[in-house]
Design a protein around this ligand. Structure first.
Ligand code: ATP
Ligand code: MG
Length: 738
C-alpha cells in the first residue's frame, strides 16, 4: 500500500474504512448524525483516485448544496492534490444536470441558452396564465398552483398524464382548484415557448432525455464510472430514477444517508428511499456507522431519547465516545424579545469564557421570519454585535427588485425568447408601453405559438393589433435589445453588462432616486457588477473561453442560493433555518422558538406523519451541536402584529428524556412553568434537574425581571408557516465543459 493510501485509511475507523475500500457493487451507508457519512464519501473519492486510479472526471458526487460540494472538494484536494480534485464532477442534482441539459438541449427541443426560471418567475407566469384563463385568482393562488405542479413533476407526472390522474384531480377539486391540470399544460407550453425551464424541469427533463435517448443516457452512464450521493434520505423520486438511469449497468454507486434526518418530505423526499435502495440494487452492501464523532455524549443521548417517540425508522444505536459534556439547556423567557436578548448574552458569555470564535455559534429557527428579533438585539448598542453574524435565507440578493431587473436585461440578451424577462423590462424604465399593449403581445404570441420577442420582431406578420405609437415604441425597444445581442460575441461580459445598464436607462433611473433606498439599490447594482467582474476573472484564470460568459454567468446565478455566497473566511456566527443547517456543525447551537405552532408548525401538528417529520427536524438541529445545545421558548410572542400572551411550549421538549435537561427559567420558579394551560406530561420540577434559584453570580443574575402575571385562557398562537426553503441548488460546475 502506498504512503498516500495509508494516509487516507488511517483517518478512519474500522467500519468507515471498510465502506471506503468496498468496491464489489452498490453500497449503502446508513448512519446516525455526525458519524462520518460525509467523511466516508470524501475519503472514498480520494481512495478511488488514489487506489483505483479513476480519472477525476469519471467520478460524479451529488451533494445537497454546492457549498458542501466545495468543502468536500477542498478536503479531497488536501488528500490527493489540487490538480486531481479540480476535475471531479461534483455539485447538486440541479447544477450537474442543468449542465448536461445545456449540452444536450436540442434532443429535448430546447436551445442551449435556455433560461432557468426561479420561483418568482414561475409564480409570475402562473399568475399570468390564471388571468388569461379568466380563473378566480383568489382560488388559484400562484404559490399553491406551483406547488401542485412541482409535486407532479417530482413524481414524473407530465401535464398530459396529470389530466388522467384521478387522485391528483380529486385533490385539486378538494382544494377548490379543479383547473390546475389545464394551468399545468399552459405553463409547460409557455415555458417551452420562452426557451425556459423551472427548477423541477431540470430533473424531469433530464429523466426524459435519458429515457427517450438511450445513446445519450449510455454516454453519461459510461462517462461516470462511479456515482456517489450524500444526504440520500432527502432525494425524491425523480432524483432516484436519474441515479438508476446512470448506474443500472455498472452498479458502481455509493449512497449515504440517515433516515432520522429525512426532512424534505414536503418536497417529495421519501423516508423509505433508504429501504428501497436495497430492493432496487439487489446486491447492495449495507454499512452502518453508529459512533458519533461530533457531539458530546449527553447531546447524543438527548437526541436519541427524542427519536424514541418516532415510529417509522430504522433502529440505530448512535453513541459517542467524546466527553460527557453539558446537559441541554432549556431557556424559558418571559417574552420573545427577552429570548433574543438572553441568547445574545449567553453567546457573549460563552465566547468570553471559552475563547472561541463567532463562527462557533449558530442560532437555528424553524422559519426565516424568526431571525428579525435576534438581529435587532445584535444591533442594539448594549449588545454591540452588529458585525458578528450572518443571516442565511430570507430575501436573497438575487431576488431584490433592481437585481432582478438588471438580470432580466441580461437574460433577454442571452435568450430573447425569455417571456418573464421580457415582461419585466418591456416597460422598465418607463418607455410608455402600457399593460394593454403587453397583454396584446402575449395574446398574439399565444395564438401563433411563438415567443413575445418573435411577436414584436414581426408584428405585421403575426397580426399584432396595436396603434402606430405603440408599434414604434416596441420597435425602439427591439432595436435596443438587438444591439446588445449583436455585441454578445464581440465584447466581453463585463463591458457588455455595463453598457446594458447604461443604455437601457436603468442606471439613470436609479441615479435619479436620491432616497436612502435609492442609494442602497445603486450599491446593489455595483456589487452585481463586481460579481460579474469576479466571475469573468475566475473563468479566465481557468483558461475558459469568454464568448459565452454572460450566459454562463446567468446560469450560475440562477442556481445560486444564499448558502453559496458564504464567505466563510470571516468570523461570523450563523443565523439560519434548521433545514439549511443540514450537514453542518457548530460548537454551540441555540434552537429558538420552541413553541407549539412554531415548532411543530401549526400545519404539521395534525398528522402523525407531519409530527414525525418535525421531530426529525429537531433531531437534525440538536445534532448540529458539538459542545453546547440550548432550546429556548418565550411565554409571550408577537405574531402578525398581535401579542400572544399565552404561548405554549413545544411538546417536543417533553419528548427529550428529562435527565439530559437543565432548565433556566426567567423567574427561576414554578409559576411560569405551569403556566400556559397545555401539559401533555406535567411540567413537573421533579422531572428535571433544575438550576435554581438563579443567583447574582449567574451571568444574567440580577438583571432578570421577575415575572408573575398569569394568563388564564390559553389559546393557540396564530399559525406561522414555514416558507418552503429555497431549493438548495447551486452553481453549475464547469470542469466538464472545459
Ligand atoms: P451529518 O449526519 O450531520 O451529515 P455525517 O455523518 O456526515 O454527519 P461527518 O460530518 O462526516 O458526519 O462527521 C462529523 C464529524 O466527525 C466531522 O467533524 C468529522 O471530521 C468527524 N469524524 C468523522 N469520522 C471521524 C474519525 N474516524 N475520526 C475523527 N473524526 C471523525
Ligand atoms: Mg453529512
Amino acid at each position: 500500500m502506498t504512503q498516500e493510501e495509508q494516509n487516507i485509511l488511517s483517518q478512519l475507523n474500522d467500519v468507515q474504512r471498510q465502506a471506503v475500500v468496498y468496491d464489489d457493487g452498490p453500497e449503502l451507508v446508513v448512519a446516525g448524525a455526525g458519524s462520518g457519512k460525509t467523511r466516508v464519501l470524501t475519503y472514498k473519492i480520494a481512495w478511488l483516485l488514489e487506489h483505483e486510479q479513476l480519472k477525476p472526471w469519471t467520478i460524479l458526487a451529488l451533494t445537497f448544496t454546492n457549498k458542501a460540494a466545495n468543502e468536500m472538494k477542498s478536503r479531497i484536494a488536501q488528500l490527493v492534490g489540487d490538480e486531481r480534485a479540480r476535475y471531479l464532477q461534483m455539485g447538486t442534482f440541479h447544477s450537474v444536470f442543468s449542465h448536461i441539459l445545456r449540452v444536450e438541449a436540442q434532443y429535448i427541443g430546447f436551445q442551449s441558452g435556455f433560461t432557468i426560471y426561479d420561483e418568482t418567475d414561475s409564480r409570475s407566469l402562473i399568475k399570468n396564465i390564471v388571468k388569461q384563463m379568466e380563473l378566480d385568482d383568489k382560488k388559484y393562488k400562484p404559490a399553491e398552483v406551483h406547488k401542485a405542479i412541482s409535486r407532479a413533476k417530482n413524481d414524473l407526472c407530465t401535464a398530459e398524464q396529470y389530466s388522467n390522474d384521478g387522485s391528483r384531480i380529486e385533490q385539486d377539486r378538494q382544494k377548490n382548484m379543479p383547473e390546475v391540470c389545464k394551468i399545468y399544460l399552459a405553463y409547460q407550453q409557455r415555458l417551452h415557448q420562452a426557451n425556459a425551464m423551472d427548477f423541477d424541469d431540470l430533473l424531469m427533463l433530464t429523466h426524459e432525455l435519458f429515457q427517450n435517448h438511450d445513446d445519450i443516457r449510455q454516454k453519461y452512464a459510461t462517462r461516470f464510472e462511479y456515482v456517489l450521493v450524500d444526504e440520500y434520505q432527502d432525494t425524491n423520486f425523480v432524483q432516484q430514477q436519474i441515479l438508476w438511469q446512470l448506474t443500472k449497468e455498472r452498479q458502481r454507486v455509493c449512497v449515504v444517508g440517515d433516515d432520522y434526518q429525512s426532512i424534505y418530505a414536503f418536497r417529495g423526499a421519501k423516508i423509505d428511499n433508504i429501504l428501497n435502495f436495497s430492493s432496487r440494487y439487489e446486491h447492495a452492501k449495507v454499512f452502518k456507522l453508529e459512533r458519533n464523532y461530533r457531539s458530546s455524549r449527553l447531546i447524543v443521548a438527548a437526541a436519541n431519547s427524542l427519536m424514541k417517540h418516532n415510529q417509522r425508522q430504522i433502529e440505530k444505536n448512535v453513541y459517542s465516545e467524546n466527553e460527557e459534556g453539558d446537559k441541554l439547556t432549556i431557556l424559558e423567557t418571559q417574552s420573545d424579545k427577552r429570548e433574543a436578548a438572553l441568547v445574545c448574552r449567553e453567546i457573549k458569555r460563552i465566547k468570553a469564557q471559552e475563547h472561541c470564535h463567532w463562527s462557533d455559534f449558530a442560532i437555528l429557527y424553524r422559519t426565516n421570519a424568526q431571525s428579525r428579533l435576534f438581529e435587532e438585539q445584535m444591533h442594539s448598542p448594549e449588545m454591540g454585535m452588529a458585525n458578528c453574524y450572518r443571516v442565511f435565507g430570507g430575501v436573497s440578493f438575487y431576488q431584490r427588485k433592481e437585481i432582478k431587473d438588471a438580470l432580466a436585461y441580461f437574460r433577454l440578451v442571452v435568450n430573447s425568447d425569455d417571456e418573464e424577462a421580457f415582461r419585466r423590462i418591456i416597460n422598465y424604465p418607463t418607455r410608455g408601453i402600457g399593460n394593454t399593449t403587453v397583454q396584446k403581445i402575449v395574446a398574439t404570441a399565444q395564438q401563433n405559438g411563438i415567443s413575445l420577442w418573435e411577436t414584436i420582431c414581426h408584428p405585421g406578420q403575426y397580426g399584432l393589433s396595436v396603434n402606430r405609437g405603440a408599434l414604434s415604441k416596441l420597435d425602439a425597444f427591439r432595436q435596443l435589445i438587438q444591439s446588445f445581442i449583436d455585441k454578445r460575441g464581440a465584447s466581453d461580459a463585463l463591458a457588455l453588462s455595463k453598457e446594458i445598464l447604461e443604455r437601457s436607462g436603468m442606471k439613470a433611473d436609479l441615479d435619479a432616486d436620491k432616497t436612502p433606498e435609492g442609494e442602497s439599490k445603486r450599491e446593489n447594482i455595483d456589487s452585481l457588477t463586481s460579481g460579474i467582474a469576479d466571475f469573468v476573472q475566475s473563468q479566465q484564470e481557468q483558461g475558459l473561453d469568454d464568448h459565452e460568459l454572460l450566459s454562463d454567468y446567468l446560469s450560475t446565478v440562477s442556481l445560486l442560493t444564499d448558502m453559496d455566497n458564504d464567505d466563510s473566511s470571516s468570523d461570523k456566527m450563523t443565523l439560519m433555518t434548521i433545514h439549511s443547517a443540514k450537514g453542518l456543525e457548530f460548537g454551540t447551537v441555540f434552537i429558538v422558538g420552541m413553541e407549539e405552532n412554531i415548532f411543530p408548525s401549526l400545519m404539521s401538528a395534525d398528522s402523525q406523519r407531519g409530527l414525525e417529520e418535525e421531530r426529525r427536524l429537531l433531531y437534525v438541529a440538536i445534532t448540529r451541536a458539538e459542545h453546547h445545545c440550548y432550546l429556548s421558548w418565550a411565554h409571550t410572542r408577537w405574531l402578525f402584529g398581535k401579542m400572544d400572551p399565552c404561548v405554549r411550549k413545544s411538546r417536543f421538549l417533553d419528548d427529550i428524556d428529562p435527565k439530559y435537561l437543565t432548565i433556566r427559567a426567567e423567574d427561576g420558579g414554578a409559576t411560569i412553568r405551569n403556566h400556559g394551560g397545555w401539559n401533555r406530561k406535567p411540567w413537573d420540577d421533579d422531572d428535571y434537574e433544575i438550576n435554581k434559584p438563579y443567583t447574582g453570580s449567574h451571568p444574567w443574575g440580577d438583571e432578570y425581571p421577575r415575572y408573575s402575571s398569569r394568563m388564564q385562557n390559553s389559546r393557540p398562537v396564530a399559525g406561522q408557516f414555514m416558507a418552503d426553503p429555497q431549493p438548495k441548488i447551486t452553481k453549475p460546475h464547469r470542469a466538464e465543459r472545459a
